[in-house]
Design a protein around this ligand. Structure first.
Ligand code: FUB
Ligand code: ZN
Length: 643
């Protein structure tokens, strides 16, 4: 069965947006270079050993392999970002370097297709023996994703051949035939890589292998339980061991699962593959499982910022409505995974509503993952923070009060970059007869759809006024489907100056177009408003959060002083869009009146009589994605309410 939606090659999309264009430009100008230095240990920070490990594996130098077991993925994600950036016209200068690295990969790869520097150098006898934590399949999956991206950007096949050779090995090693390992990866990812490889090569065995990995997961006898029971099971992450099978979603087959559980990134990568497979195989039970997990997550286990993973301990989901604001994890990668899952759900379900969640994650948690300068990253994304309380060796030690240059487990920084550099594929999509516009990000696209050439230029003021103007030039009759975001209570669409009736199906307004030039003027309602959480979310009881369109706002110490916990607001207070704009993207900062209730307990005492000073204050809120760009300080999304 064919897919409902296909991606458009990034070579055909150009992003000019004030907000996202800023980061995309920085990727080409400095981020890829900076990350390259980090991978090569030439930036003066702690060594990552990443390229060095490949050079050892290729026999260029001698030494012991260093870094975390999946360190190779940092290079694969870098290559994937380079590929998307080449396609977007931002990184031509990196192609030569990428070619050299691909040569290195080719030389490091073993004859049978095996390529993983940890096991090649440090533990060749343990290949495929620790599927729970060894990350071999995970690492291969990232290689496949990067190779497909590089092929699509450049048309060159060398990297694709390396990835195929590795995938062929995986297809030989894993399966239900005599002599094959009947296992699957502890951290899902290879499934996504294999599906992409199938889509670009047309070789069905890759799709079938991905289906095998999903179908076999959690079957009895449980592969992971057996593997962990073996005496020779090496522990790569002792702190992660002795965990429940649910942690890697392997306690039962995915098709029987109903809740977002365990490690959040693993869950999202697995669900992304499940949604792809449900569509490729027209597999209703698998699609229903995706739907159950999705609904459980977005209705009970997701933050207003699109963050997921409530527990700082083991980066995982916890229980329904457990959404603490300061001890949470909300890993940047998990929200990237949420974007990936939502993008696929929109296709398999044929419903634009999934992009409301994609957008929530993108505009808030994912963008908060990187600073404006493009050289610092958040791994954990709290919704409330007092810097002094984020101390080492406590329950808050995972929370950093400021973005970091890099991490010893550096999954998030290159993940943000590959996501931002492939953003075009979240903006546009197509089916046999229509162009889909999911995100209102200034850009242009040219694409042939059903024999008709579409040339489209979008100018978006989505975040400020809610206005979007789209110029289209079609060589024949065609259709455009516009996602109508959930927050827009009133949407006006004009085609060539004439108002349309605004018929919306499955979250899309369908616009039929004749051949020639057209102009769409869209106006979304996006005035700022307060939002409350479900009563079961104890952490947000009696509190409200401020949003405007897809953006969640927060208070920062730099604008409002410290002790943000003393602040109270009235939810009917007028919210003013100020002329003060965010440093990037020209997003209006919001201002409103509030109260500070300050306890008068003597400063030398901890407790005392009940006396409060009440002070009227003028508050200023900034987009959450841009917090911590003006020095360190307190931050809070949810504010206490006075009725
Ligand atoms: O295990 C690989 C990656 O490292 C995970 O996705 C992240 O959560 C981090 O633990
Ligand atoms: Zn991460």
């Amino acid at each position: 069965m064919s897919r409902n939606l296909s991606y458009i090659n990034l070579r055909n999309i150009s992003i000019t947006d004030k907000l996202f264009g800023h980061y995309i430009k920085k990727i080409g100008e400095k981020i890829l270079e900076h990350q390259w230095d980090i991978l090569n240990d030439t930036d003066g920070a702690d060594a990552t050993y990443c390229i060095r490990n490949f050079r050892i594996a290729a026999g260029d130098i001698r030494g012991k392999r260093e870094g975390v077991v999946f360190q190779d993925t940092d290079l694969y994600k870098w290559l994937e970002s380079v590929a998307y950036s080449i396609a977007g016209g931002q990184a031509g200068a990196f192609e030569e370097r990428a070619e050299e690295v691909i040569d290195l990969l080719e030389r490091a790869q073993e004859e049978d297709g095996y390529l993983n520097t940890y096991f090649q150098i440090n533990a060749p006898e343990r290949k495929w023996k620790n599927l729970v934590e060894g990350h071999e399949l995970y690492t291969s999956g990232h290689m496949m994703e990067a190779a497909v991206a590089y092929y699509e950007a450049t048309g060159k096949t060398k990297f694709l051949e390396v990835a195929k050779k590795n995938a062929d090995l995986i297809c030989r090693i894993f399966g239900r035939e005599e002599g094959q390992i009947r296992g699957y990866g502890g951290h899902q990812e290879v499934e996504i890589g294999l599906i992409k490889l199938y889509r670009v090569t047309g070789e069905r065995k890759y799709l079938e292998q991905a289906k095998y990995f999903i179908d076999e997961r959690g079957q009895k006898p449980n592969y992971f339980a057996e593997e962990m029971r073996r005496n020779d099971f090496p522990e790569f992450f002792p702190e992660f061991m002795k965990y429940d099978l649910e942690y890697s979603q392997a306690d039962k087959p995915p098709v029987e699962q109903s809740e977002a559980v365990g490690h959040a990134v693993r869950e999202m990568y697995m669900c992304s593959a499940m949604a792809d497979l449900a569509e490729e195989y027209d597999d209703k039970p698998l699609r229903d499982a995706c739907l159950r997990i999705w609904n459980n997550m977005v209705k009970r286990r997701m933050y207003i910022t699109g963050g997921i993973g409530s527990s700082g301990f083991r980066e995982r989901f916890t229980a329904d409505y457990d959404l603490p604001n300061n001890t949470n994890y909300c890993e940047t990668c998990a929200s990237i995974g949420l974007m990936m899952f939502g993008q696929r759900m929109a296709s398999v379900m044929g419903d634009a509503g999934y992009y409301d969640v994609v957008e929530r994650a993108l505009y808030n948690t994912v963008l908060a993952g990187i600073n404006i300068e493009g050289d610092r990253y958040f791994y954990v994304n709290p919704l409330e923070l007092v810097p002094e309380f984020c101390t080492e060796h406590t329950y808050m030690m995972h929370v950093k009060a400021e973005r970091q240059k890099w991490f010893s487990v550096a999954c998030c920084p290159p993940n943000v970059i590959r996501t931002l550099s492939s953003l075009g594929q979240y903006i546009y999509a197509k089916d046999d007869e229509s162009l889909y516009i999911h995100e209102y990000i200034s850009s242009s696209v040219k694409e042939d759809i059903g024999g008709v050439s579409y040339r489209v230029r979008m100018e978006s003021d989505y975040l400020r006024k809610g206005d979007v103007s789209i110029e289209l030039d079609l060589s024949g009759e065609g259709k455009v489907k516009l996602r109508i975001p959930y927050f827009s209570k009133k949407t006006f669409i004009k085609l060539d100056g004439k108002e349309l009736d605004g018929d919306v199906k499955s979250g899309y307004a369908l616009i039929a177009l004749s051949s020639g030039k057209h102009k769409l003027d869209i106006s979304f309602e996006n005035s700022p408003r307060w939002i409350a959480a479900n009563n079961n979310v104890r952490a947000d009881s009696g509190r409200v959060a401020l949003v405007k369109g897809p953006l969640v706002y927060c208070l920062e110490e730099v604008d409002n002083g410290d002790h943000l916990s003393e602040i109270y607001v009235k939810a009917d207070e007028e919210i003013v869009e100020t002329d003060d704009l965010s440093p990037v993207g020209e997003i209006p900062l919001l201002s409103y009146d509030g109260l500070r209730l300050k306890s008068k307990v003597d400063k030398d005492e901890l407790y005392g009589e009940v006396h409060f000073d009440k002070e009227k204050v003028k508050l200023k809120a900034v987009p959450y994605s841009q917090w911590n760009n003006r020095g360190n300080g307190e931050m809070s999304v949810w504010q206490k309410i006075i009725i």
